[in-house]
Design a protein around this ligand. Structure first.
Ligand code: 13P
Length: 257
């Protein structure tokens, strides 16, 4: 089966790690290591690091983004950050609905959906995360949960707008646990997500939508995951914190094994 022209995206999610000094030495090291990479290289970082990193990434192939935002244009929301602020700081994309936002901070798909609309309005590329918990998988609810999260998080988004969206399927049980979905499990869920998108938004939209896998991706398992037909990239937490291991993941095609 020929591969559709979906872009391959290798994204790092630094979560709540690094300050400007450690971010600087990381980027200095990463830039030459990934300069010739074929995939798009995304780094999602804490708010205070965005202005510095977006400057440092200028003229490189590294795209800097945020990990969250509020859905309102502006307002009395102490501690929150708006899409305009992210734009102003130099972010080009934003992770929305990460499982840590959903499960630790109680964010619903409805809230995520409002953020997706806001991000698109602002010209920020949304990277929408979905995924089932261990218990939901054991209860045979994976498809139900993934479908609900997809349809609710993307409600009201047009097929045209969907062209700017990236989906990240991150099974909650695989995040930070060292348990990775097998390549086959990832493929089954990714193909299912694409089917859901196809039914709701049509063939073309589903064909070009990049669906990334996230959950304990490391240099030694990335190749087999990336070989799957419906896996268009990875979203990497822990292994993105070191420039060397993240660069190996970005350059996965050159890895052995
Ligand atoms: P780990 O790669 O540390 O499992 O984290 C995955 C993740 O949550 C990326 O967003």
């Amino acid at each position: 089966m020929s591969r559709s022209p979906r872009q391959t995206v290798i994204a790092g999610n630094w979560k709540m790690y690094k300050t400007s000094a450690t971010a600087k030495s990381y980027v200095d090291k990463l830039v030459p290591l990934v300069a010739d990479a074929k995939p798009l290289v995304y780094l999602s970082v804490a708010f205070p690091l965005i202005p510095f990193l977006s400057q440092a990434a200028q003229g490189t192939n590294i795209v800097i983004g945020a990990q969250n935002m509020h859905d309102a244009e502006e307002g009395a929301f102490t501690g929150e950050v708006s899409s305009a602020m992210l734009n102003d700081a130099g972010a080009e994309f934003v992770i929305l609905g990460h499982s840590e936002r959903r499960h630790v901070f109680g964010e619903t798909s409805l809230f995520v959906n409002q953020k997706v609309h806001r991000a698109i309005k602002e010209g920020l590329q949304p990277m929408v995360c979905i995924g089932e918990t261990q218990q939901q998988r054991e209860q045979g609810l994976t498809e139900k949960i993934v479908k609900e999260q997809l349809l609710e998080s993307l409600d009201g988004i047009t097929a045209n707008q969907l062209e700017t969206v990236i989906i990240a399927y991150e099974p909650v049980w695989a995040i930070g646990t060292g348990l990775t979905a097998t390549p086959e499990q990832a493929q089954i869920s990714h193909a299912f997500c694409r089917d859901v998108i196809r039914s709701a938004w049509g063939f073309e939209a589903a064909d070009v939508l990049p669906i990334l896998y996230g959950g304990s991706v490391k240099p030694d398992n990335v190749r087999h995951i990336m070989e799957q037909e419906d896996v268009d990239g990875v979203l990497v937490g822990g292994a993105s914190l070191e420039a060397d291991s993240f660069a190996q993941i970005v350059n996965y095609q050159t890895l052995k094994g």
